[in-house]
Design a binder for this molecule. Structure first.
Ligand code: HEM
Length: 492
């Protein structure tokens, strides 16, 4: 008995000493001298909690207002809010690699997608493989598909308006953008606009994205609990199996159709990869294709749809009627059958899109990067390797030194943007990890905005069903969505 007490006493003493040593170490660590809440010297728990409950980005923005452009948010994580820091961290020449956070987003651990890979060489290989199908010149081939989906979305909005007295534009833009991404990944639209509902795969993918938050706690624990049959984790494992099966079958069908219907087959992001794969057998593994197909749908659907939703909502507000008028004046110069090329020179249209992406960035949360081996200087401060350097579009886009009156929706601010504005604008990410779908996204945003306002020039925010500004508050995890998942607009 005496021996057991002694062992316990020694163990407790050792634990206490270790905790004390940690406390002293963290109190004197280089990041401890930085501004930030005192507890972030010792723990990242508060930050993680806020990220989980969707208030993390707002909280970090508040911290910047209180402490300035450099804020410690975890013992080894620092958030930066200056255009110069954004430039350093997201540079093309000496890119900081993506931090460990991205591996936690891997749906299939060990098979990273182009979004989650942390290996620069692997990223370069994947980027090269997708470069031609996502290039500006390839967009001409994709334009008919985009036009067709936008036209059907607008028709559905009109029908809903007639039946209900309002249209939930969020719902129809989500179906539109998901159908487009579905076609470009799998060679066949999900036909959500036809069926007026989400298919099982899209629902599973959405739930899987939520499940990823759980996985972040511990991917291994998640898998073990699933295998032990704990309901929520078992459900997630089953869901992952369904998503993989769907991607598998869809890619195989696409591979067949590419040959059988070669004449009529519309190109996708995978057309060349599947073709080259047949010839060489080694351009991209089948698992990688599946992961990247899922990644394209997650990255390309809600992002585009939510941007369009906030754009329509802003211009349909009574107080912004002059902006809508100015846009309509510009659009009135277009001829019937206008194309993406015709829209590119429309400067006010571009200002409206950019301002929406500033104030309502679809991926506004943290973009964490590792300080490179040997350390690096950011905004005049030296950081050791091991520190995670974070930038988040949500606060950069609200930096009042760069964007005066940041909470105002003011497209005109982009008529003559300063260098600082351009450097601070991270809606599509930055440097070598800039959004690969940027050309597609811009084309969808231009065509959908122009077609929508030409069709519904009297678009105004509805108050039916209790719809109000509060519904549109931004809920942010990694991506952003309107809090109540709806946006009711009266079209005439
Ligand atoms: C308005 C629409 C969109 C917005 C705001 C947006 C935003 C972003 C952002 C912020 C990143 C960087 C993420 C990071 O650094 O962790 C990113 C990356 C990416 N996006 Fe988009 N995106 C949009 C549309 C699309 C579309 C339509 C696609 C394709 C279907 C797409 C595919 C990708 C891919 C593959 C990456 C990873 C690029 C890389 O790491 O090389 N995105 N996007």
């Amino acid at each position: 008995m005496e021996n057991i007490s002694l062992i316990l006493f020694v163990l407790l003493g050792a634990l206490l000493l270790r905790a004390l040593w940690q406390l002293v170490r963290l109190s004197w660590a280089p990041n401890a001298r930085l501004p930030g809440p005192w507890y972030t010297k010792y723990t990242g728990l508060v930050t993680v909690y806020k990220e989980f409950n969707g208030t993390g980005a707002h909280w970090v923005e508040q911290l910047h207002r209180k402490y300035g452009n450099v804020v410690r948010i975890k013992p080894n994580e620092v958030d930066f809010n200056s255009p110069s820091a954004a430039k350093t961290i997201h540079s093309y020449r000496k890119p900081f690699t993506k931090a460990a956070f991205y591996s936690m987003l891997d749906f299939n651990p060990g098979v990273p997608s182009i979004i989650t890979t942390r290996d620069n060489a692997n990223h370069g290989r994947l980027r090269r493989l997708f470069s031609s199908s996502t290039s500006e010149s390839s967009m001409k081939l994709v334009e008919p598909l985009v036009n067709e989906r936008i036209d059907l979305a607008i028709q559905r909005m009109e029908e809903e308006m007639t039946a209900e007295g309002y249209a939930d534009v969020l719902k129809w833009w989500v179906f539109m953008a998901t159908d487009v991404s579905g076609h470009l990944s799998f060679g066949e639209s999900f036909r959500m606009l036809e069926q007026k509902k989400k298919n099982q795969y899209a629902k599973d993918l959405e739930d899987a994205s939520k499940g990823v938050a759980l996985m972040q706690l511990s991917p291994r624990l998640w898998k073990t609990l699933g295998e032990w049959g704990v309901p929520i984790f078992r459900g997630l494992l089953a869901l992952r199996a369904r998503v993989q099966k769907y991607a598998d079958e869809s890619l195989r069908r696409q591979q067949r159709m590419q040959i059988v219907e070669a004449q009529n087959f519309r190109p996708t992001f995978f057309t060349n990869i599947l073709r080259e794969g047949e010839k060489n057998g080694d351009t991209m593994s089948w698992d990688e294709m599946r992961m990247n197909a899922d990644a394209f749908i997650i990255a390309g659907a809600d992002t585009t749809a939510h941007t369009l939703t906030y754009l329509v909502w802003q211009l349909s507000k009574l107080e912004n009627v002059s902006m809508k008028k100015r846009l309509l004046e510009e659009l009135s110069l277009l001829k019937d059958g206008f194309t993406n090329e015709d829209l590119k020179p429309l400067s006010y249209l571009q200002c409206v899109i950019t301002e929406t992406l500033r104030l309502h960035a679809a991926a506004p949360g943290q973009l964490p990067r590792d300080v490179p081996p040997g350390g690096a200087e950011i905004d005049g401060i030296w950081f050791e390797e091991g520190t995670v350097a974070v930038t988040q579009p949500f606060s950069l886009h609200r930096n009042a030194d760069v964007f005066p009156e940041p909470e105002e929706f003011n497209p005109s601010r982009w008529e003559a943007p300063s260098k600082a504005m351009n450097d601070a604008f991270l809606a599509f990410g930055g440097g070598s990890r800039t959004c690969l779908g940027i050309n597609l996204a811009n084309m969808e945003l231009r065509l959908a905005t122009a077609k929508y306002f030409l069709k519904f020039p009297h678009s105004k925010v509805s108050t039916k069903e209790g719809f109000c500004d509060d519904d549109m508050e931004m809920w942010i995890s990694f991506l952003m969505s309107p809090k109540k998942h709806r946006c009711l607009i009266e079209l005439s």
